[in-house]
Structures are given as C-alpha cells and as structure tokens.
Ligand binder design. Structure first.
Ligand code: NAP
Length: 261
C-alpha cells in the first residue's frame, strides 16, 4: 500500500497539552498537517499554538474535558464547520493509576475507564461520518504495552487499554469496507507528565520500569505507523520482550512480575 502523506492531512488530536500529544502536534504541523488540538489545560494549548505558529500546517486549539459528551460534540462540530470532513482522528488522551485493586475506590476504575476507553470510543463514533468523507481516513489509537500484557498494581489502566485494543480490533473489520483504517501504537514507559497526573493514586506510588522513551521519539514512531498504515506496533524492544514473554511463558512472567510488588 502507498505511504500516507502527512502534508495537508486534517487531524483531530486529543491529549495535546503535554507529553506524546504535544510532540505529535508539533511534528504533524511541521510536516504540513492541519491539527485541531484538544485537552483541558488551555494555557498549555496556548503554548503549543505559539510554538507551532508559522509552520507549514495550521494548528487550532479547543480546550475541554474529553469525558464530557458536549466537548466531544464541539470538536466534531468544529471539524464539520471548518473542514467538512476529517482525515485522521488520533485518540491519544489518557491517564493512569497505580496501586492495589483491593484498596482503591470504585471511582478510580470508572474514571480511568472514562478517559482511556469510553471517551475515545465515543469520540470515534461521532467522527465516523466525518471520516467517511475524509481523504484516506484513519483512527490512530495510542494504546500501551499494557494493552498486550497486564502487570500488577495497574489493574484499572490495563483493563482500559485492553478494552481499547479489543474495541479497535473489532471496529477495524467493521470500518474497513468503508475505507477507514484503524491503527494502534503501544508505547512503553514514556518520559511525560503521565506519572504526575495519576488518578486517585497515593503520592510516591512507584512504577517499576526497565527503560523509558522520550515523547518526541514516541511521536515520531507513531507518525511512522500512520504513514505506513501499520495496524499495530509495539514501540520498544523491552515492550516487545514483555509481550512475547507473557504470550509464551505466562506463569513465569507472573512470577517475575510478582517480584515488583
Ligand atoms: N507515559 C507513559 O509511560 C505511557 C506509556 C504507554 C502509553 N501511554 C499513553 O500515551 C498517551 C499519552 O500520554 P502521555 O504519556 O503523553 O501523558 P501526559 O503527558 O500525561 O498526557 C496526557 C494527555 O491527556 C490529556 N487528558 C487527560 N485527561 C483528559 C480529559 N479528561 N480530557 C481531555 N484531555 C485529557 C492531558 O491533558 P489535560 O490534563 O490538559 O487535559 C494530556 O494532554 C496516553 O493514552 C497514555 O495512556 C503513556
């Protein structure tokens, strides 16, 4: 299949105020894509707008909470009014949580599922009519290695990312006949603000990790996935190793992971 051209693409990108989304917005506009960038923190989006000014691609910001239906609808209305269609939806916004499932309140599970699963799924549903009218349309989901192999003390996050991956696998087949591609990238630990904004997590909660990636690199690899239309990509070697171990030696993997408790 021919490579997708980034220049001129119209992209709706969630979670643009920091980390991977911030870098994606910058790299996409630098390559000539037009981006509607969203997140809750307006000041951060304004900083992003300043940093992308004068680039070949145009960036527009629209702040709001993605877990609210009204905000999702506003994003879709904006695309309809200004673009009349949409080429790429990037479901990047997300949040994690750390700690034993037993001791967490039920609210933690619901909040993580809201932002990591229900919000992207419902935003995608609203975007499908716009994507149908787009140029080589695609939904790019930012998943996680933990969507492939779960680890202890992150049960809510693993559940949400597994849900996202299962849902993506299902709609990939549903949407293929109407020309919409569903792609997924799965980063490992990334040096972003992710661990500063954990949901209902006690201060000082630790997340063991063998190595980490920069958000710039994750964004670069995610754009590569979009260009090449790769259905799924686990981005790091350590991530690939964890997924392979979990698949072929599940009990051994459990025992190794138990040592991180
Ligand atoms: N960092 C990692 O180790 C890692 C590893 C694997 C996968 N990922 C995934 O990568 C994606 C990006 O995360 P990141 O590492 O770049 O973390 P980040 O720096 O914390 O970025 C998360 C983004 O999501 C937005 N967001 C969170 N809740 C939101 C809400 N209710 N409504 C709207 N926007 C919301 C945040 O913006 P506001 O706070 O301004 O709303 C922010 O822009 C996530 O899906 C995450 O699960 C991260």
């Amino acid at each position: 299949m021919a490579k997708r051209r980034i220049e001129g693409l119209r992209v709706l990108l969630t979670g643009s105020s920091s980390g991977i989304g911030f870098c994606l917005a910058k790299q996409l506009t630098q390559s000539g894509a037009h981006v509607l960038a969203t997140a809750r923190r307006l000041d951060r989006l304004q900083r992003l707008a300043e940093q992308t000014q004068g680039g070949p691609g145009k960036l527009t910001i629209l702040a709001g909470d993605l877990t609210c239906h009204e905000h999702r609808q506003r994003l879709v209305d904006w695309c309809l009014e200004h673009w009349n269609s949409l080429d790429v939806l990037v479901n990047n916004a997300g949040a994690g949580a750390i700690g034993p499932f037993e001791h967490a309140g039920g609210d933690r599970l619901r909040r993580v599922m809201e932002i990591d699963f229900f919000a992207p799924a419902e935003l995608t549903r609203l975007c499908i009519p716009l994507l149908k009218a787009g140029k080589r349309p695609a939904v790019l989901n930012i998943g996680s290695v933990l969507a492939h192999r779960a680890v202890p003390n992150k049960s809510e996050y693993c559940a949400a990312k597994f849900a996202l991956r299962g849902w993506a696998e299902s709609i990939r087949v549903e949407l293929a006949p109407i020309g919409i591609e569903v792609l997924m990238v799965s980063p490992s630990t990334t040096r972003s603000e992710f661990f500063d904004s954990l949901v209902d997590t006690p201060a000082g909660a630790k997340s063991p990790s063998v190595s980490s990636m920069s958000p710039e690199r994750v964004a670069q690899l995610a754009i590569g996935v979009l260009v090449k239309s790769k259905r799924e990509a686990v981005l790091s070697l350590t991530g690939k190793a964890l997924v392979a171990m979990g698949r072929w030696f599940p009990s051994l993997t459990d025992r190794i992971l138990a040592k991180t408790l």
